[in-house]
Design a protein around this ligand. Structure first.
Ligand SMILES: Cc1cc2nc3c(=O)[nH]c(=O)nc-3n(C[C@H](O)[C@H](O)[C@H](O)COP(=O)(O)OP(=O)(O)OC[C@H]3O[C@@H](n4cnc5c(N)ncnc54)[C@H](O)[C@@H]3O)c2cc1C
Length: 386
């Protein structure tokens, strides 16, 4: 064991047990086939793990984000990739915190029972990138419907979800006082929408991650699918993004421990120059350094998750946890690959797969520079750069 048992040990053990049935070979094959880990996701849903955050009154387990992060961490720590499922957790939070009672009654029990998946969230656009308040996708109210036009890019799990949360502008930027006003979020029923105003074009990419370009042409959404108040969507989505960053921090921590465990094991076993390579300080120190960094990131991740669960401001902690964890897992990935020498490049060791997977988190769901910018401007009160 790399660390002591904590209060979540029962949950960890149960998730680990499930993950053992979907081990290295399973994820290696899914990656080679560029496929979705459907059997694994079904098993997680069946066991109730993806409904962890749904309150008991709607059929879920009534647990918070902290536990959700533990579940995601364990998936990655077991060698899997929680990127196939983490959307369900943070999108759930958006619906739970901002949806009407009617919306919660309509969707949450079905999600808890595994009949519906809410895996997708559409924010990013090709021409505006991280400058989210400039999004060009519009939703115009016409009677009892909103009509959506525009384009999104990198929208994940659309082909493996029933519902998607969409951010669109409902009041033109020129007509709002603050640029963060005038955007709204909607629940899109993907079965109704696809080929009926919404087209989906998959993007082939570096990791085995189902992600897509979306094109909206007069897509009609029932007005009742608006979440919360019109014009306040950016505020709602930020809350969801804090949950997303904290969950992904936990996945990076899971990756980090996985890389360290593999590096440690190999450094003890591999004998060159008649001694284990781990006897050389040049090999053992980088592993030790990675371990220190993952452990430190882990503390910030729990701080962020507990603040989120306590409904306290957690933007700073969520961003910093994501930064520290993504950095630590990427450094651990490098160390693990280096420790394995040439064997690190062989598919059967799974290191090159996890190396690619963990690299994503320096860029998505928020790039490192934008975290620096958040901390500089919002916490350190340095002049705004944009
Ligand atoms: C595999 C994958 C899955 C994704 N899934 C989703 C999803 O499900 N839903 C969704 O909405 N989005 C998704 N994304 C999008 C992701 O959130 C964005 O790619 C990410 O936020 C970066 O935005 P961008 O690609 O537009 O980069 P840009 O905003 O174009 O930035 C490019 C680079 O320039 C830097 N940069 C830009 N402006 C500044 C500045 N002012 N100062 C300093 N540096 C700056 C950035 O840090 C970045 O490194 C996904 C992306 C990937 C790759």
């Amino acid at each position: 064991m790399l660390n002591e048992e904590d209060e979540y040990q029962d949950i960890r053990d149960a998730v680990r047990q499930l993950c053992q049935q979907y081990g290295d070979e399973y994820f290696r094959q899914v990656d080679a086939d560029n496929a979705y880990p459907e059997a694994f996701v079904e098993a997680l849903i069946e066991a109730g793990w993806l409904a962890a955050m749904i309150p008991e009154e709607y059929g879920g387990a009534g647990l918070g984000l902290t536990v959700a992060t533990v579940i995601m961490e364990e998936i990655n720590r077991a060698g899997g990739n929680a990127g196939a499922v983490h959307g369900q957790m943070y999108n759930m939070g958006t619906l739970l915190r901002n949806g009407s009672e009617e919306q919660k009654q309509k969707y949450l029990p079905a999600i808890a029972a595994g009949r519906l998946r809410i895996q997708s969230m559409a924010v990013t656009e090709p021409t505006t990138g991280t400058d989210t308040t400039k999004i060009k996708t519009t939703a115009v109210k016409k009677g009892d419907r909103y009509v959506v036009n525009g384009q999104k890019v990198w929208i994940s799990r659309v082909q493996h979800s029933d519902l998607m949360i969409l951010l669109a502008r409902t009041t033109p930027l020129a007509e709002v006082k603050r640029k963060s006003e005038g955007m709204s979020i909607f629940i899109v029923d993907l079965h109704d929408a696809i080929d009926n105003g919404l087209s989906v074009r998959p993007i082939a990419n570096m990791v085995n991650h189902e992600t897509n370009e979306l094109f909206f042409e007069d897509l009609e959404i029932p007005a009742e699918n608006l979440i919360g108040e019109e014009g306040r969507g950016f505020r709602y989505i930020l809350d969801g993004l804090n949950a997303e960053r904290t969950l992904i921090a936990a996945e990076c921590i899971g990756d980090g421990y996985w890389f360290i465990e593999r590096a440690r094991h190999y450094a003890n076993e591999r004998v060159v120059f008649e001694r284990p390579i781990g006897q050389n300080q040049g090999v053992q120190f980088p592993i030790a350094e990675s371990y220190i960094e993952v452990e430190a990131a882990n503390l910030m991740r729990f701080d962020a998750a507990r603040r989120f669960d306590a409904h306290q401001p957690c933007g700073a902690q969520a961003n910093m946890a994501k930064y520290l964890a993504a950095k630590a897992s990427w450094e651990a990935a490098n160390v693990c690959l280096q420790t394995h020498g040439g064997f690190g490049f062989a598919h059967e060791y799974d290191i090159e797969r996890k190396f690619r997977e963990t690299r994503l988190y320096q860029v998505a769901p928020i790039s490192t520079n934008l975290i620096f910018s958040y901390v500089a401007q919002h916490i350190l009160e340095l002049p705004r750069s944009f």
